[in-house]
Design a protein around this ligand. Structure first.
Ligand code: PRP
Length: 207
């Protein structure tokens, strides 16, 4: 009998990486840490891990370079990728919110964000004609510096808002980490993926 097919998993660098490895191990995969601090691709026991910026995870999974991965719902929606999303892993919970300087009034004319698609959808929904400016990080600085009169960004603890005298004025969506799967891989590697998905669903905090 042949061994079940091996997976390649796309995981985001940084805070979410350790939590992703933890839940995958709890679901029964034997995964070693490592390959060295700068390794981008390494064999980690039961799977091959490829590491990337979170915004690139949907692309690697959609194009089939990775069979599955872990990514925030906010990033997944922004990507527009049509992936199978069988498990909400529950961690990395945050809100994607419209943020303004505390006490600001008046019409919003320019909104900066790393999420231009979701920001544009939101502005159309609320009937605003504000312009969207795409930034890559430290997005709250746009409000603080006057580049924009509002930003759409992630709020997790709220500490960044407090430190910069900003306030959350609307919530666009609630996000958390999702296990995402390539559609073809779900069929071709079902022997490996089905039990993994079931085990991930059964973990405390997942649904
Ligand atoms: C994220 C987000 C906010 C901050 C919110 O930034 O963009 O700036 O965390 O978290 P808080 O509510 O707990 O303060 P991150 O450091 O992930 O990266 P970025 O600044 O490059 O967007």
């Amino acid at each position: 009998m042949s061994a079940p097919p091996r997976l390649t998993l796309a995981l985001p660098k940084g805070r979410v990486m350790e939590q992703s490895l933890e839940v995958l191990r709890a679901a029964g995969l034997r995964l070693d840490t490592g390959g060295g601090a700068r390794a981008l691709r390494y064999d980690a026991g039961d799977a091959t891990i490829i590491e990337m910026r979170n915004a690139d995870v949907p692309t690697y999974v959609e194009l089939g370079v990775a069979d599955a991965g872990v990514v925030g719902k906010d990033v997944l929606l922004e990507s527009g990728s049509q992936l199978v999303e069988p498990v909400d892993l529950g961690f990395a919970a945050c809100r994607l919110s419209l943020i303004r300087p505390r006490g600001a009034t008046g019409t919003v004319q320019r909104v900066a964000s790393k999420y231009p698609r979701l920001t544009g959808d939101y502005l159309r929904r609320v009937g605003s004609g504000a312009e969207v400016v795409k930034l890559s990080g430290n997005v709250e600085l746009a409000c603080v510096s006057g580049l924009a009169d509002a930003v759409v960004d992630v709020v997790q603890t709220g500490a960044t808002l407090v430190a910069n005298d900003l306030e959350e004025v609307d919530v666009l969506l609630r996000s958390s980490a999702r296990f995402v799967v390539n559609r073809a891989a779900l069929k071709l590697k079902h022997e490996t993926l089905r039990p993994l998905i079931e085990a991930l669903r059964g973990l405390p905090g997942s649904f």
